[in-house]
Design a protein around this ligand. Structure first.
Ligand code: G3H
Ligand code: 13P
Ligand code: ZN
Length: 331
């Protein structure tokens, strides 16, 4: 069942587990993520970036969400716009049937240049005012992540200032907040031992105990996947991600939504590279897309277990966007 993302993250925060938000661009990725959710009994967030929506030509994503609703009525899921850059992008996602949107006002419209606090408040508030009329959840961001290889990020990390975050939440009325604690997008997050600013999570939580927090750039970049990709002709030297133990600590401190894209890309790529090298005679896309889908499912299921989300799906209230709209009207 499609639910507003707020229902999922509020539940996760209350019960100290993490909801995986997995990026998807196509049918196979969505099927893998949903199958993992069903198998582990987990609630889940499917998220599409602006690039993913363009890739799927928008309309196809709309019908993929509808297909998920029909095929997985037993799995509570949210469809979420990742790194929306303008109110127009948000409006488009809501038109497509998304139950949640991110407005990343920490960056300017180009998704690269760091913005001012005033700009961030203005654009985030305009999205909150619009989205809540439809019962749609809003994620904002304050502080900036590193990593520019995906076209998202200024390349510089500015850790979130907890007091500024409190002011930002009060001024915008958002539902969930992405914070910068030292992670980056992509496969090259650290040059030496990975270290997260978990004290920042703790401070934000002490100021806003009821606010679900979001960790972007949460891929772990598993060594076995880099090795496999490199073994079968790829080139991913020195890729380093966030250790699962750090993510689990962050979850205990109040992070409720965990964004993962890179690891899924790597699981797919490693599988396809292996098949291409071992079976050069194969040319039916199903011969490599099916195992790639299975590999992604396994990866996602393992993460759901690691985040503590397994078995939680049955406890999620079946609340739709209309009920959420009424909630926002009365608050
Ligand atoms: O935050 C970035 C996500 O990994 C999405 O990447 O814009 O290449 O689809 P993308
Ligand atoms: P990764 O690149 O670590 O998978 O992060 C994805 C993300 O934050 C999407 O918003
Ligand atoms: Zn992100």
């Amino acid at each position: 069942m499609l639910v507003p993302m707020k229902i999922l993250v509020d539940h996760a925060m209350k019960h100290q587990y993490g909801i995986g938000a997995f990026n998807a661009n196509n049918m196979e990725q969505i099927q893998a993520i949903m199958e993992a959710a069903r198998e582990t009994g987990s609630p889940v967030i499917i998220q599409a970036s602006r690039g993913a929506l363009q890739y799927s030509q928008f309309t196809f994503f709309k019908y993929l969400i509808l297909a998920v609703e029909e095929a997985y009525p037993d799995v509570p899921f949210a469809a979420h716009l990742d790194h929306g850059n303008t109110l127009e992008a948000v409006k488009k996602a809501i038109d497509l049937g998304f139950s949640s949107v991110m407005i990343d006002g920490s960056l300017m419209e180009d998704g690269k240049t760091a913005s001012t606090y005033e700009y961030n408040v203005q654009v985030t508030k305009s999205v909150v005012d619009y989205a809540h009329q439809y019962g749609v959840t809003v994620e904002g961001e304050i502080g900036t992540l590193g990593g520019i290889e995906d076209g998202v990020g200024s390349g510089e990390i500015h850790l979130t200032d907890p007091l500024q975050a409190k002011e930002f939440v009060a001024e915008t009325g958002l539902d969930t907040l992405a914070i910068a604690i030292g992670t980056s997008h992509g496969a090259y997050k650290f040059t030496s031992t990975p270290l997260l600013a978990l004290n920042v999570v703790q401070e934000i939580k002490s100021l806003m105990p009821d606010l679900p927090l979001v960790m972007h750039g949460a891929s772990s970049v598993p060594r076995e996947l880099t090795n496999k990709i490199n073994q079968y002709g790829g080139r991913m030297p020195d890729a380093i991600g966030v250790p699962i133990t750090s993510i689990q600590e962050a979850i205990k401190l109040g992070v409720a939504k965990i964004n993962v894209d890179t690891d899924g890309r790597m699981a797919i790529t490693a599988t396809i590279r292996e098949i291409f090298q071992k079976h050069p005679e194969k040319f039916d896309p199903r011969d490599y897309l099916k195992p790639a889908r299975e590999a992604l499912k396994e990866l996602v299921a393992a993460k759901m277990n690691d985040f503590g989300a397994h078995g939680r799906g049955k406890d999620i209230a079946q609340i739709n966007l209309t009920a959420a709209r009424k909630f926002y009207q009365s608050h």
